[in-house]
Design a protein around this ligand. Sequence first.
Ligand code: DOR
Ligand code: ZN
Length: 346
Amino acid sequence: MSTELKITRPDDWHLHLRDGDMLAAVLPETARHFARAIIMPNLVPPIVTGDHARAYRDRILTALPEGMTFEPLMTLYLTETTDPDDLAAAFESGLIKAVKLYPAGATTNSASGVRNFENVRAVLERMADIGCPLCIHGEVTTGDVDIFDREAVFIDTVLDPLRRAIPGLRVVMEHITTADGVAYAQSADQDLGATITTHHLIINRNHILVGGIKPHYYCLPVAKRESHRQALVAAATSGDKRFFLGTDSAPHLDHLKENACGCAGCFTATNTMSLLAHVFEDQNALSNLEAFASLNGPSFYKLPVNTDTLTLTKGAKAQWPDKIDTPQGPVTVFDPGFDVFWSVTD
Ligand code: DOR
Ligand code: ZN
């Protein structure tokens, strides 16, 4: 007997699409299931002006295969020289939906990120005035802080002081990985949300390191210990409006992941909805999957929810390709390490 679950079509509130051949290869994987996605601006060079965002949006729409619909929700990459007027014009025209803050050096292509927060204060104050959300990669980058502590230290030493200094700034804590992140997101009733990735609901740090190093499980922020994963699962499956799906699906060519200095990122666009159905069912929380994947994100971003639906069916073992091909080589699809019986059927 098969079981069906019909939900409002989901959105992905944190996605890396890249550019060129990679964009063409991975875009259908997202557009097949998701109506919209917040598009990360960490290209080389990054998307820092309204003009860049408009041109990138056009390249995404050009790469979309015939017959597919998808709305890219564009973002700007915040630098210490971002022009507040250009940002405000891009937000007020509807071109961009948010601005992304990477602390310099935190992750892939973050060298142009913010070093001194005083240098972006005027821009952040403008964003608070116009209601433009700030998506934050919340990790400190100083060498003296252990990589597993970087999120918790960021919350105490950067995020909380920043939110107090700029009241009304709307903040998304991107890809939270700790119980500390969950607790901080729960500490505010408005102007604060948090995305959670698919892979952080499934793996802990043992999956990366036990029995040989697994480069396809390496991402940033790095997965933490099991108790943190459990806190993320509890938050995501609770239905709490403050938590919503941001896959952080981040394609890298296999030879750059399976490398002495492997890139950070898990590619989950292809199988995210099957995996989430599995995780939510496991918690007896299938009825909250729609809130997490389809309702809470639009509510934070003050956008309408999608009007069409997505159907998941539980039956035979779900199938997906091990790899997505690109002209430069394959990209490995995230392997949860267990069988999944939920498939997207409509
Ligand atoms: O694992 C990650 N990959 N984390 C990020 O923050 C960036 C992303 C990427 O762009 O590859
Ligand atoms: Zn990301």
